[in-house]
Design a protein around this ligand. Structure first.
Ligand SMILES: C[S@@+](CC[C@H](N)C(=O)[O-])C[C@H]1O[C@@H](n2cnc3c(N)ncnc32)[C@H](O)[C@@H]1O
Length: 302
């Protein structure tokens, strides 16, 4: 069985290190695509995981397109090499609409396969992939006027991928909230938000209905003083190990239903901390298209 892992642009090293740490044998590297022996592991740094890959001979452009169409309808091309030939094959495949998402919306559900030309006469294809988005890249219709920064895109993507978002009236605790991109998203959904950051919120966000600002350290909060929370969100600039202890404190309190937190790395990637987050039962840890040198941890109530 062959599995291929595609890294996001700029994050191939992180994926390679993660695969190595997990003992996954890389048979071949095709630019950002790591082609490996064995079944898939939950690789956090993979933008897309290609399951059960098959290699197909490409006798002609037409036969390659036919071979792909025989497997299924929807395909996404990854073409770091042999672009012209790949583009000619793509032209013969059914059009796949990749309209930008208007938040909030569920991710597409139609199966989307992936393929690449390993050589002019050899194609690698997988009908089943982990991401519903071509090469794991999510595009949104941006909100150019409301949010004070671009951090809102990261939260939009996390919530779309999870297929869940705060409902009107739910209680959110937004840690490391300034200047307020995430708080803007949450308040926009009608949630009540306690935004915690020593730095203030953008005045436009602070004035939104349901927003309360607490100008203190997120690490100084006592869960019992805050009470039940539907969503705990953190985008605090801090070491992942410190965030893990904070998450464990709130999990132990039993007061939080859902978590969405950014793990931020400075310098070398702390794979050990990422693995500790991933080991929390039910956790999802993933590098989002809108993440920088970060991973997003999510833990949802059932
Ligand atoms: C990347 S910014 C957050 C951006 C925010 N999510 C948004 O959407 O606008 C990181 C924030 O973490 C905050 N921060 C750092 N240490 C903190 C702490 N101990 N408690 C609360 N916030 C903290 C910083 O002040 C900074 O505003």
């Amino acid at each position: 069985m062959t599995t291929a892992y595609l890294a996001a642009e700029g994050f191939a090293d992180q994926l390679q290190e993660e695969l190595q740490r997990a003992g996954v044998a890389v048979i071949r590297r095709h630019e950002r695509l790591f082609i490996c022996d064995g079944p898939a592991i939950a690789a956090a740094w993979a933008a897309n995981i290609w399951h059960d890959c098959v290699e197909l001979p490409v006798a002609s452009i037409g036969s390659a397109a036919r071979a792909l169409r025989d497997i299924q309808r929807n395909w996404a091309m990854y073409a770091p090499l042999h672009h012209r030939r790949a583009a000619l094959i793509e032209e013969r495949l059914p059009h796949v609409s990749a309209r930008p998402i208007v938040f909030p919306a569920a991710a597409p559900v139609a199966p989307l396969g992936s393929w690449t030309l390993l050589a002019p006469d050899r194609l690698l294809a997988a009908g089943r992939c982990s991401s519903p988005f071509a090469n794991g890249e999510v595009a949104f219709v941006p909100d150019k006027t409301g949010p004070p920064n671009r951090a809102y895109l990261k939260l939009w993507e996390a919530l779309v991928r999870l297929g869940r978002w705060p409902a009107a009236g739910e209680r959110c605790l937004d840690l490391g909230a300034s200047p307020g991109g995430w708080t803007y998203v949450l308040a926009g959904l009608g949630a009540n938000v306690i935004a915690v950051d020593k730095a203030p919120l953008d005045p436009g966000v602070a004035a939104m209905a349901g927003v309360e600002w607490l100008g203190e350290s997120a690490f100084a909060l006592e869960p019992a003083n805050i009470g039940p929370i539907d969503w705990l969100l953190s985008d605090i600039a801090c070491y992942p190990g410190r965030l893990l202890r904070l998450v464990e404190t709130w999990r132990a309190s039993g007061l939080v239903k859902n978590f969405v937190c950014t793990l931020k790395f400075q310098g070398a990637t702390d794979h050990e901390a990422a693995a500790a987050f991933a080991a929390i039962p039910g956790a999802q840890v993933q590098h989002l298209h809108h993440n920088k040198h970060e991973l997003t941890f999510a833990l949802l109530s059932s």
